[in-house]
Design a protein around this ligand. Structure first.
Ligand code: C2E
Ligand code: CA
Ligand code: CA
Length: 653
């Protein structure tokens, strides 16, 4: 419904226009302006008439006619001076004043001219003089009534004042020729009035419709710059406002660009529906508009993102403002009686220190926002230069990653996961390695997030699974392979098929593949995830929950999905905060594992003490540098051979 509102306004505007046949003030002004257009035509007309009057006075040799000619000259000069002095474009000259000045001049000129012509008839001068003056007065009246049709009263007034005296004088003489002239004039006046009023209508309508189109165009321009949901400026509106602001500020001004992203807004839309989502956006918009200082542009940049461009005094002020905005958004809101809480991440860039123009400023704020989001959301980050260095490195990685697979710069290393009771290798975890020709060995922590963001992870992940499965197929039957999967890879279409193809091509039994997923996968609980897990566990693929204890640690999904293993994150084993608490957590997880018949893997075992501690706590499997680092496939095979040889020796011995 809301989306229709601005268009309804435009329709209402149309309706109002259709109904109004009164001339609006603006249209009236335009029409009055038409009177003052081309003062030269006024001058030429006056010159012709005045000259005719002097010629008539000279031929007739009558002082009255000289006086009339002088009077006409004086009026004409006064009018030209007034026309040049009174600018119709200046707001200081009211429409009424402009009209009045014109009226006085026009009426007096027409009256003097009409009376002069009438006078030549009454005193019975020569035909020459009569024709000269009568023709002049009639011509003037007719011509000027067409010219000034924009103001009907003036047109009709000038016509009547210049023609009626002639008609009256003509009737007065009583001679048939003049009576006929009088009658002609009396017929001429209504005919001219009708013509003038036709011209007036056409003029008025065309000016009015030009006005309407101009207003509509203005309105459309505003609409195009407004977000329909929140009424804030949209992206175009923000750009426009930024350009205007940048043009009006001086060199020592400070501005802040604050980029806001609502955290997990998609969930609000998915769970409560789009109408509620829209109202949340409107409420956020209202709060932002309230909290921002005068002169700020608050815009909805699209989706759940808002951008604020505002004047500030200094960095401290920007920090204060950002924290006010943050607090304002996070305050609970009531939508349809439901209490909702929205969280947001903020990225802030300042002018001039973080960018001298709006483009750079936007990039800086965007980058700061990105860091706020990866830093765990719900945060505010101010731009700093290290972010750009990071970005440059990430861009390089992004470009090179695509080519790396073809260039065989990537390889898979394998780290054993060992049975803590027997010391035997049960599984190898496949861990990707990138040997970059220039940058050297890159850690997965550096390039996996880039691969995830750019979507390269799907191709990369399929390649890793295929490679790992191929290597695992060469191992003894009882040794399994564990492959890490990113949430993004799982949600990609055809993800399960990719895994099945890898297994088939390698000839690896699905029971020998284990997929490690992290808790972050379940934050957005969707169908794609459950279908993926279901489809693969149906054919025997196993699932392990990786990095347990670092994420959201809701136990709901442990119950919901068929996990065979839980891998307790290495921060509980060898991290700096290891102590009684982490020990208690490992014990609790191990106990849960034995109840639910899941194996518990302790990650990051580096010392024999740690191995003993986790074994004592109830973990069944262990992984870490104590046993082995991740090694290339031929070394993994060697570890297995050594182990098996040891067994045969034991059996033989
Ligand atoms: P992860 O899944 O937790 O993998 C275990 C990480 O711990 C590996 O780091 C491994 O080398 C390291 N590690 C093993 N034992 C010890 C130890 O005793 N002490 C210490 N300090 N570290 C130990 P790596 O190979 O750098 O991998 C880091 C992360 O990158 C992995 O964490 C995983 O989340 C991701 N990753 C690695 N390979 C892949 C892959 O092929 N696909 C995906 N999607 N992610 C991968
Ligand atoms: Ca893992
Ligand atoms: Ca792990």
């Amino acid at each position: 419904m809301k989306a229709l509102r601005p268009f309804a306004k435009v329709r209402a505007l149309h309706k109002r226009r259709d109904r109004s046949d009164k001339v609006s003030a603006r249209v009236q002004r335009m029409l009055v302006k038409s009177l003052y257009a081309q003062p030269s035509s006024l001058a030429i007309g006056a010159l012709a008439t005045v000259s005719a009057a002097f010629v008539a006075a000279w031929i007739a040799d009558r002082n009255e006619l000289y006086i009339a000619a002088i009077l006409l000259s004086v009026i004409a000069v006064a009018r030209i001076v007034a026309a040049l002095g009174l600018s119709p474009d200046s707001e200081g000259n009211s429409t009424a004043k402009l009209e009045f000045v014109y009226e006085v001049g026009a009426f007096s000129f027409a009256l003097v001219l009409g009376c002069t012509a009438a006078f030549t008839i009454l005193i019975g001068t020569t035909t020459q003089v009569e024709v000269l003056m009568v023709a002049n007065a009639l011509g003037y009246g007719i011509g000027v009534s067409a010219r000034n049709a924009g103001r009907l009263t003036i047109a009709i007034g000038q016509l009547s004042l210049s023609c009626v005296p002639i008609a009256l004088a003509a009737f007065w003489t009583g001679s048939p020729g003049f009576i006929a002239l009088g009658l002609t004039i009396l017929l001429l006046i209504p005919a001219m009035i009708s013509i003038a009023s036709n011209i007036f209508n056409v003029l008025r309508d065309s000016i009015a419709s030009a006005e309407t189109s101009a207003k509509l165009a203005d309105r459309m321009k505003i609409l195009a710059r407004t977000d329909v949901v929140t009424g804030l400026a949209n992206r175009a509106g923000l750009n426009h406002a930024m350009v205007e602001t940048m043009m009006s500020i001086d060199d020592d001004s400070h501005l802040a660009l604050i980029w806001i992203d609502l955290d997990r807004f998609k969930e609000v839309n998915d769970l409560l529906g789009h109408p509620v989502g829209d109202r949340v956006l409107s409420e956020v918009a209202r709060r932002l508009s309230d909290v921002c200082p005068e002169g700020s542009t608050v815009s909805r940049f699209g989706g759940d993102e808002f951008v604020i461009f505002c004047p500030i005094t200094d960095r401290k002020h920007a920090e204060l403002l950002a924290s006010e905005i943050h607090a304002e958004i996070m305050g609970p809101m009531r939508i349809d009686g439901d209490r909702l809480e929205v969280r947001a991440s903020l990225g802030v860039a300042l002018l001039p220190e973080d960018g001298a123009d709006t483009d750079t400023l936007m990039q800086s704020a965007d980058l700061a926002l990105y860091h706020a989001k990866i830093g765990g959301r719900g945060q505010t980050r101010f731009f700093d230069a290290s972010m750009t260095r990071d970005l440059v490195r990430r861009r390089e990685i992004e470009d090179e990653l695509r080519a790396a697979i073809q260039r065989e710069e990537l390889s898979i290393f394998f780290q054993p996961i060992v049975d803590l009771e027997t010391g035997r290798i049960r599984t190898f975890e496949a861990l990707v390695r990138w040997f970059h020709p220039v940058k050297g060995e890159l850690r997965p922590d550096e390039f996996i997030p880039v691969a995830e963001e750019t979507g390269v992870i799907v191709t990369l992940g399929n390649w890793i699974t295929a490679q790992a499965a191929r290597v695992a197929a060469t191992w003894p039957e009882d040794v399994t392979v564990a492959v890490n999967l990113s949430p993004l890879q799982i949600r990609a279409p055809g993800a399960a098929l990719g895994i099945r193809n890898a297994l088939r091509e390698a000839g690896l039994d699905p029971h020998r593949l284990e997929l490690e997923v992290t808790e972050s996968l379940f934050v957005e609980d969707n169908h794609a995830t459950s279908n993926f897990i279901q489809e693969l566990s149906d054919i025997g693929v196993k699932f392990a929950l990786d990095d347990f204890g670092t994420g959201y640690s809701s136990l709901g999904y442990i119950n919901k999905y068929p996990f065979n293993k839980i891998k307790v994150d290495r921060s509980f084993v060898s991290g700096k905060n290891v102590g009684r608490k982490s020990d208690a957590i490992i014990r609790a997880v191990a106990e849960m594992g034995s109840t639910l018949e899941m194996e518990i893997v302790a990650e990051g075992l580096e010392t024999i003490d740690q191995v003993e501690a986790v074994l004592e706590a109830g973990c069944t499997l262990g992984q870490g540098f104590y046993f082995s680092r991740a090694v290339p496939d031929y070394l993994a095979a060697m570890l297995l051979t050594q182990e098996r040889e040891g067994d045969t020796k034991k059996v033989v011995g």
